[in-house]
Design a protein around this ligand. Sequence first.
Ligand SMILES: NC(=O)c1ccc[n+]([C@@H]2O[C@H](COP(=O)([O-])OP(=O)(O)OC[C@H]3O[C@@H](n4cnc5c(N)ncnc54)[C@H](OP(=O)(O)O)[C@@H]3O)[C@@H](O)[C@H]2O)c1
Length: 301
Amino acid sequence: MHILITGGTGLIGRRLCAALLARGEQVTVLSRRPHLVAEICGAAVRTMRSLDEWMPSMHFDAIINLAGEPIIDARWTTKRRQILLDSRVGLTEKLVEKIQQAQVKPRVLLSGSAIGFYGTDETQNFTEEAGAGHDFSADLCMQWELAAQAAQTFGVRVVLLRTGLVLDETGGVLKKMLLPFQLGLGSQLGNGRQWMSWIHSQDYLRAVLHLLDDASAQGAFNLTAPNAVTNAEFTKVLAKTLHRPALFVAPAFVLRLAMGERSDLLLGGQRVLPQSLLNQQFQFEFADLVPALADLLKASK
Ligand SMILES: NC(=O)c1ccc[n+]([C@@H]2O[C@H](COP(=O)([O-])OP(=O)(O)OC[C@H]3O[C@@H](n4cnc5c(N)ncnc54)[C@H](OP(=O)(O)O)[C@@H]3O)[C@@H](O)[C@H]2O)c1
């Protein structure tokens, strides 16, 4: 299979490249940093600098679309919101345009989204059947998904990856939390009641490969472990795993002052259930946080 990956140099993408190469697949990565692709994704990976290089005669069997500016790294000014939108929705629209022009269409498009689709809530359980929320993250995800769904018009199977907090020791949310927790400065965020719907990166990869291979999989899939935890619980388990105390609370108003609306990503949350994966009998290796963190942080204690 020849697979085109956008965002292949990212936290998830680089793991995915390694897993696909190990299966013997051919991989092309779209990247603004083509000189780094071989080093990050593997020497056998081909590089595409811009979608303009995709000629109608070129054939990909599958596309995995993960590209997007990091959402938590900078304040959501009007300009930043546009950058976040363009890097996901704009790029996905262009991808679908290229699919339309391709002489032979890919069989499947797995396209990124996030559990931010549902908005935030402390009491509700969100399965794939729930509607979209009403904040910026929800709107961003909805537009991103709509852009990808347009590929169905050309006979492409479209799977929407509603991704939870991917736990990986080399990057993302866990790496950001690690240093303060290792220093004994780990803290609960606000009242700690907000849900964190996490997934071990290994299960994330297994789920993506499963959705790539299963020709019956179509539509939205929540990529989260079945057992979400509150921020208070996550704080407790992470501190315990590292054998450090976590005695502090980062007050909500301080986070709001420092981060603006972006603090919703830390102070709000959603309890998400991977109902569609469970319906397909997908087996999680790490359904619970304690063994997941123990596995991820084996070397960090
Ligand atoms: N990790 C998580 O916990 C999580 C949770 C929910 C959703 N997601 C979503 O899943 C996707 C992959 O996550 P990740 O953690 O692997 O992300 P990541 O490490 O931040 O990587 C994102 C990739 O997107 C590309 N990119 C960034 N800005 C871009 C732009 N303006 N135009 C085109 N490409 C751009 C970059 O590739 P180049 O620099 O090589 O071009 C980068 O490698 C992201 O869209 C993210 O929002 C992730």
